[in-house]
Design a protein around this ligand. Sequence first.
Ligand SMILES: Nc1ncnc2c1ncn2[C@@H]1O[C@H](COP(=O)(O)OP(=O)(O)OP(=O)(O)O)[C@@H](O)[C@H]1O
Ligand SMILES: [Mg+2]
Length: 288
Amino acid sequence: MNWCRADILPLTALDVPGSGDRGSGFAVRPNLESHIPNPEPRTPNLMLAPRLGVRVIQERGLAETSVLVEAYDLEKEYRSGPESLRVLKGVTIGIREREMVSLVGASGVGKSTLLHLLGALERPTSGEIRYGETALSSLSDSALAEFRNRQVGFVFQFHHLLPEFTALENVMLPLLIRRCPAVQARERARTLLGQVGLGERLRHRPGELSGGEQQRVAMVRALVGEPAVLLADEPTGNLDSKTGEETFELLRQLNRERRLTSVIVTHNEALASRADRVLRMLDGRMME
Ligand SMILES: Nc1ncnc2c1ncn2[C@@H]1O[C@H](COP(=O)(O)OP(=O)(O)OP(=O)(O)O)[C@@H](O)[C@H]1O
Ligand SMILES: [Mg+2]
């Protein structure tokens, strides 16, 4: 999916270059560009992959429904010297399109590990993850990085925003990485930040934002490229209960309005129960 297509970012919605918040013409700070990797050749694998979408699976015992993300028998083992630690011990899940799933379980059961595998941040030791017809194991490291940039939005417990850049620049970055023209990236980032009530905070750096505001910027950054899936690892874990509740509600709203498939890890049972489905983990496995 090309995120700079005119139908997605209509030119009529763009400011005249030079009238933006930076005054005279768009200028990405030189060191912002240093965060953008060199363009890599597009992999035939990814380009030929059918559009992500509906895949009816029956053979795995899942209902006849649209499944966007499938994980089969995932195992993850960490090795350090002679020691090895089996963290995931055969996890099989299917997540439907537009579904909001919460993932709960005691500390150390493997929730973050599973999320990292689903988000293509790490590879499983064995097992397979499919997004539609795309098997992640078939992608080279560079194709996996591109897949991540285009299909997955990640929100972490601690926002992981780049401290030296403004809210606007942090949100623009995923689009710049995919070679979106800067003027379009800026406009889209500005629009989305406005939609989450941060229109007056565009030029604030993360250190000049409250915890809830930082997390909203992180959410917008995760969503700016319209990923297929939003993965959030304890996005409310670092916030007071009211701000955490508001943040979770925003996720719920985004899931409904943007029909965004979402997986949210949380320790908060009350929030977890607001999702469409609660997945529970116990010692590296899913509880049925
Ligand atoms: N890179 C790693 N190398 C070795 N062990 C790891 C690594 N990452 C995680 N682990 C171990 O894997 C286990 C599961 O970790 P994980 O972060 O997935 O747990 P979690 O369910 O997210 O816990 P929490 O709720 O505390 O965030 C832990 O025992 C952890 O120490
Ligand atoms: Mg965790």
